[in-house]
Structures are given as C-alpha cells and as structure tokens.
Design a protein. Structure first.
Ligand SMILES: *[C@@H]1O[C@H](CO)[C@@H](O)[C@H](O)[C@H]1NC(C)=O
Ligand SMILES: *[C@@H]1O[C@H](CO)[C@@H](O)[C@H](O)[C@H]1NC(C)=O
Ligand SMILES: *[C@@H]1O[C@H](CO)[C@@H](O)[C@H](O)[C@H]1NC(C)=O
Length: 422
C-alpha cells in the first residue's frame, strides 16, 4: 500500500481527536491485518473505561513514534467490531499484528502497557551481536531470559517455543558463546539463563537432557517461575501467575491510600522484608517468591478474615494453604522472619486454609458477604433494588406456594371432619 492510499484510508477511518488515540469505526475490520495495533475496546458507560482514558492517551503519546497504532473502538456504536474480535468485557485491550491477536491482561499502568506493546511489536527472540549490549540490556530490563550457543538442538527448540509463549510477559535474547562467555561464564556451550535485577541464574537441565519432552516441561516451569522480579507488587492481575510458580508466595500486606501512600510503620516493615530478599536471594529464590500487596482485600479474601496491616502472609501455591506469623508482624526482626520461613519450608509452621470443601464453602460465603457489604457501602439503593426485588418476588412466590398448601390442607381437614361428623 502506498503512502497516499494509506492517507485516504486513514482519513476515512478516524475522527480526528485532540489526543493521539485513533477513534476507529467498523471499517477497521477490513484493515486490521495491516500493521500493528494496540486497541482499547470500550463502552461509554463503563467506569473502568473512563478511568483508563487519560492513561490510554499517554500510552498513545509514548508510542507515537513507533510503528504501533494506538486506537479505541466504541463497541456500543460498532457492535460488529466487538463481535468480530469476540469482546466479552469492557475495557478489553488487544494487540493485533497481522492475524495474531493477543489480549493484554497486565497492569493498566502506562509503563507496563508501553513495554508490552513494544515487546509484542518485535520478534519473540532477538539476537544480541555485541558484547557491550549485555550491559545495555541489564540497565533497561529488570528481568530477561537469554540463550547462549548454537541455534539448534532440543534446548534451542524448546527455548524458542517458550519465548513465543511468554512474549507477552518478558524478553528473550540469544547470544553467541564467544561474546558472552567472559561476562557470565556459562556452565555449558549451550545454556539458558535468566537475568534478574543484577543477578544471573542458569537453567540446570542435567537430569532431563536426554528426554526432549521432559526438557520442554521443565523449561516451561522454570521460565514461568523465574520471570518475576525479586519483590514485585502483587495485584489481582498477577497473583494467579505468581501462584503458578509453584513456590511459596511470601506477601507483605500493606494498605495503600488513594495516593498510593502507606504509613511509616508499613514502609519500615516492607523495607525490612525487601532487605532480606535482596540479601538472601541466592538461598531463598529456589523455594520462595516474595512480593508486596497494596490492597489488603485480596489477602483478606484468601485468609477469610480482616488482616491487620502490615502483615506477612505466605501461600503454598500447590495446596492453597496459608501461613501467618504467630507474633505481631511489626515486632518481627529479620532473624524471626527467616526462622518463620524456614519452619514453613520444613513444614513445621502452623497451616491454615487449603482447598478442602469446608474451606471452599466458607470462602464462597465470605466472598458473597464481602461483595454484598461493599455493594451496600457503595450504593445502598441499587443493592436494595438488585437483591430486594428478586427476594421480594421470591418471598411472594414462597408465600403463595406455602399458603396454598396450608389452605389446601385445611380444606382437606375441614372436609374430613365434616365427613366424620356425618
Ligand atoms: C552441555 O550441552 C550438551 C548439548 O546440549 C549436552 O549434551 C551436555 O550434556 C551438556 N553438558 C553439561 C555438563 O550439562
Ligand atoms: C513444548 O512446550 C510448548 C509451550 O509450553 C508447547 O507449545 C509445545 O507443544 C511443547 N512441545 C513438545 C514437543 O512437547
Ligand atoms: C505445599 O504443601 C505441600 C503439602 O504439604 C508440600 O508438599 C509442598 O512442598 C508445599 N510447598 C509448595 C511451594 O507447594
């Protein structure tokens, strides 16, 4: 397509708005496979969409000089577009490149979304050909994966498959053995490593190297469990991925206010735990994934009670059991935290929760109650209507059903007594 025809299509497609976000119409379906798009599917009435609006404008601004076009579609006006892309919730963010479509499920922060779009616009694996580039990568990426050696054989095949699978989440690079061997001294001519906030960890595949399928599975698990930083922020968006790491998830629970601030006591506790993570990462990284949570609601729904903040919650990702310290978390020293973690690892710490049916039943009950309470706090009238009306109908139906029974019964009885009298 030449530049002129491009312009004509563009003029026909978009209403020009003051922000860099392109407003698309249903004509988009025809041209969606041209170029790269990062699209917000929205509905004007949706509050989350409105909250995203200014952030989305910033994303468009940041990506303005890239080949990625940032756009939005009003799905209430252009329902065919919504149907075509199988949109089920608002807002849905989607990256489209040719026939490839991927829904973005990460944090709705400008930085995260821009990084994601830039990553998706590149091939899943990029080749590094200068020794100096490693330093640049370390400065610009908190976490990335690297492959060293010849691009052939089972390890390479598995690595490239997983690079595609995990491209939405992290970066993948290849290096020749020569340019990197002095910097990182790999254990083998062909190796896979992860760079994580200053440290390099190698993938050890010694025991599985003769079996391609188990190599594939092991590498998959390893990439999934190593792709997070040492102390990420945990939210509803990433907690399930973190639980998939099959490590213990150690969460510092604090309560941020609307300006994302926390109290000094919470900050001190968070810094203390982060200090332990940084100091002992070599030992702890194997079994524990740390992180912090600014919104205690998620933690509360896991432990099914209101936690005091700051707190330290440890989740067993395979059994969904959790552990809480016996002492007041605020009084814990780094030594006490390490002892607590060691007890969890040796399975001598007290355990709560899990996946048994009484727990699941109670969790359902707890969540329903919390949802109702929150709804009531947010909008009592609507809650009363939503639950009041059906309940009202239900009681009316119950009343008529039961009363009809009682009436029938009485009638029967009355008839019987009459008969007896006769
Ligand atoms: C090094 O890699 C090769 C090829 O992948 C493999 O055959 C060999 O066992 C590895 N050696 C070690 C020590 O891991
Ligand atoms: C290896 O894993 C990837 C992603 O998990 C999967 O798509 C692929 O089919 C697997 N290959 C084999 C040979 O098991
Ligand atoms: C969770 O608990 C099970 C059973 O007690 C145990 O085998 C496992 O090692 C624990 N840890 C993790 C991280 O799943």
């Amino acid at each position: 397509m030449n530049f002129k025809s491009c312009l004509i299509i563009l003029a026909g497609l978009y209403e020009v708005s003051s922000s860099r976000v392109l407003e698309l119409s249903d004509k988009f379906i025809e041209v969606s496979s041209d170029g790269m798009w990062f699209i917000k599917f929205y509905a004007p009435w949706c509050a989350h969409c409105r909250r995203l609006e200014p952030v989305w404008a910033h994303v468009a601004q940041s990506l303005y000089n890239s080949p990625i076009k940032v756009a939005k579609v009003d799905c209430t006006r252009f329902t065919t577009v919504a149907t075509h892309f199988k949109i089920r919730a608002y807002p849905t963010l989607m990256f489209i490149k040719g026939d490839f479509q991927h829904e973005y499920n990460g944090e709705r922060e400008k930085e995260d979304m821009v990084n994601y779009a830039l990553r998706m616009s590149q091939p899943a694996i990029q080749k590094v050909s200068h020794a100096d580039s490693l330093g640049y990568l370390k400065e610009t990426h908190p976490v990335f994966f690297g492959y060293i050696g010849k691009q052939q054989g089972p390890l390479w095949e598995s690595f490239s498959l997983h690079a595609q699978k995990y491209q939405p989440h992290t970066w993948f690079y290849t290096f020749s053995h020569d340019i990197i061997k002095q910097e990182v001294s790999p254990p083998n001519e062909t190796s896979v490593f992860v760079y994580k906030e200053g440290d390099i960890f190698f993938f050890e595949a010694k025991e599985v190297i003769d079996n391609d399928e188990s190599l594939n599975v092991t590498l998959d698990k390893w990439i999934n469990s190593e792709r997070f930083g040492f102390f990420p922020k945990i939210t509803r968006a990433n907690i399930n991925d973190l639980l998939d790491t099959e490590k213990y998830l150690v969460i510092v629970v604090v309560s941020e206010n609307k300006l994302n601030e926390i109290t000094q006591i919470e900050q001190d506790f968070k810094d203390m735990v982060e200090g332990i993570v940084k100091k002992k990462k070599g030992d702890l990284n194997h079994h524990f994934q740390f992180g912090w949570m600014g919104n205690p609601d998620v933690a509360n729904s896991i432990v099914m009670t209101e936690l005091t903040v700051p707190n330290l919650l440890v989740l067993n990702s395979t059994t969904n059991h959790h552990h809480l310290p016996d002492d007041d978390p605020v009084l814990m020293t780094p030594e006490a935290v390490l002892i607590f973690l060691d007890q969890i690892h040796t399975q001598t710490a007290p355990t709560y929760g899990g996946n048994g049916w009484p727990v699941r039943f109670y969790r359902g009950f707890y969540e329903a109650r919390t949802t109702l309470t929150n709804m009531w706090r947010g909008n009592p009238v609507l809650t009363a209507l939503v639950f009041g009306l059906p309940l009202g109908f239900l009681s009316l139906i119950c009343y008529s059903v039961c009363c009809a029974d009682i009436l029938d019964a009485e009638e029967d009885e009355v008839l019987e007594t009459h008969e007896k009298k006769d």
